[in-house]
Design a protein around this ligand. Structure first.
Ligand SMILES: *Cc1c(COP(=O)(O)O)cnc(C)c1O
Length: 457
């Protein structure tokens, strides 16, 4: 072990950042505005008010303010589980025999088991401050629902979660964690909303999708007084809150004068990746430094690598705003990939614009390859990673192995977004050799892309 760098680089409690960083302030090409689905005009604060919390809407639409103060109550909550460690993967490096130096930022050290709590607590705080009774949301793999349940119970808010049906069935224990924190869970699509009933009548056997659960949660929010809808990824505000990950990472690296060459994150809706890379991307955008940044997505839901940069609905029910993003089409329902958190058809508009402008690259990886990396990592680093996180591990290992061939001593940093204790069904399939890779054909993708809304922007 290189004794100069500790196995875990911890910041002290008073080094936790007290502001979030808004990368949009440094973007020359700003992300395209969200459009009102009825008028196709850019959304205003008034349009957003019935759906989302007031203060969050301001964050959503603000392309110019570089830093937002983190309210003291949120800072205090962060202290329960932050700072999260930046770990030098000495044992993985040794197992791979690579000269590369690998670091991972571990966000799984809280009961929700993922980075999602960073934004959940912020969103619950603003809902409470506005005097709301509660919030509604969807959850795919269950991590977001769990995080939000914890955050809502902390602020004594009602929490209604629409959980994608296949996850609801595959992950009964996640459901129980949410119920323990007082949340109400409904499998989606359900008979409780108009949009759910419509989808069920058209696709009675569907196992659900995030897009569909979003439609139901939005409908539930706008039809109950004192409720708003909150979302665990994709939105600018979520990416903003998640910059706590990147800001801590940068501070820890700076302490030891470490400059990463490659930064890797898995991409579902883009919030952890965006949060991790924002401070580094800021330097890149300002011309102060350069980094290779890699987004990793599942081959079963390849928004960046095979999607189209276009305006699309964020939900299957087509009631949500339109976002200009890399999308596979709002009607695309990916195969039941085990990385439930990476099954969204679209992508953050911020990341989409940055990707479009060539500021980072993207790779799609197959599920069995991802679990190969998962097992390799678990055995040497002692953490059972979430399947989503393993997408980043896969590419980190691939890059480290390239260094082994070339002899380059690159510094690789990746986001380890969570733990996989509720994903043992997936691990079981992998360990039993029954896991398969489902990759959509070009024809399938073309069919869904042909259905994109016609927007002249
Ligand atoms: C939700 C989730 C992701 C993907 O979401 P992003 O918004 O793209 O970050 C990744 N990892 C874990 C563990 C998750 O729960």
């Amino acid at each position: 072990m290189d004794t100069k760098i500790p196995y875990k680089i911890y910041l002290s409690e008073n080094e936790i950042p007290t502001q979030w960083y808004n990368v949009r302030a440094d973007m020359k090409n700003k992300p395209a505005p969200l459009l009102n689905p009825g008028t196709l005009q850019p959304l205003t604060l008034d349009d957003l008010a019935p759906i989302f919390c007031e203060e969050l809407n301001k964050q959503e639409l603000d392309n110019d303010t570089p830093y937002f103060d983190i309210p003291e109550e949120i800072q205090n909550f962060y202290k329960m589980y932050r700072p999260s460690p930046l770990v030098r993967a000495y044992f993985l490096e040794k197992a791979l025999g690579t000269p590369a130096k690998i670091y991972y930022k571990f966000e799984g050290n809280n009961t929700s088991g993922s980075h999602k709590l960073n934004s959940a607590i912020a969103q619950a705080y603003y809902a409470k401050k506005q005097g709301l009774k509660g919030v509604t949301t969807e959850t795919g793999a269950g991590q977001w629902g769990t995080a939000l349940s914890m955050a809502c119970s902390y602020f004594d808010l009602d929490c209604q979660v629409y959980m994608v049906k296949c996850s609801y069935e595959q992950k009964p224990f996640r459901r129980e964690v949410m119920r323990t924190y007082g949340a109400k869970i409904t499998p989606s699509p359900s008979q409780t909303t108009n949009v759910g009933r419509k989808i069920l009548s058209e696709h009675p056997d569907t196992t659900g999708s995030l897009g569909c659960a979003i439609s139901e949660a939005v409908e539930a929010a706008v039809t109950q007084e004192g409720y708003r809808y909150v979302l665990g990824s994709v939105l600018n505000q979520v990416l903003l809150h998640q910059t706590i990950i990147g800001l801590e990472t940068k501070k820890a690296l700076d302490k030891y004068n470490i400059k990463p060459d490659i930064i890797i994150g898995c991409a579902g809706g883009g919030s952890n990746l965006g949060g991790l890379v924002s401070p580094f991307m800021g330097e890149k955008l300002r011309g102060e430094a350069d980094y290779q940044i890699i987004a990793v997505e599942p081959a079963s839901c390849p928004s960046f690598t095979r999607g189209k940069f276009a305006y699309d609905f964020c939900d299957t029910g087509m009631i949500c705003p339109l976002a200009k993003m890399y999308t596979l089409g709002s009607q695309f329902i990916p195969s039941a990939n085990h990385a439930g958190g990476l099954r969204f058809h679209g992508m953050s508009t911020i990341l989409s614009q940055l990707y479009h402008d060539g500021l980072f690259e993207a790779r799609a990886v197959e599920q069995t390859q991802v679990f190969d990396a998962a097992v390799q990592f678990a055995r040497v680093e002692g953490i059972l990673p979430a399947p989503e996180s393993c997408h980043a591990i896969r590419v980190a290992i691939d890059e480290a192995l390239k260094c082994k061939e070339t002899g380059e001593e690159k510094t690789i940093v990746f986001g380890l977004t969570g733990t996989g204790y509720f994903d043992l069904y997936a691990y079981e399939q992998f360990n039993s050799g029954t896991m398969s890779d489902v990759i959509p054909t070009d024809e399938t993708i073309a069919t869904y892309l042909a259905k994109l809304p016609k927007v002249d922007k």
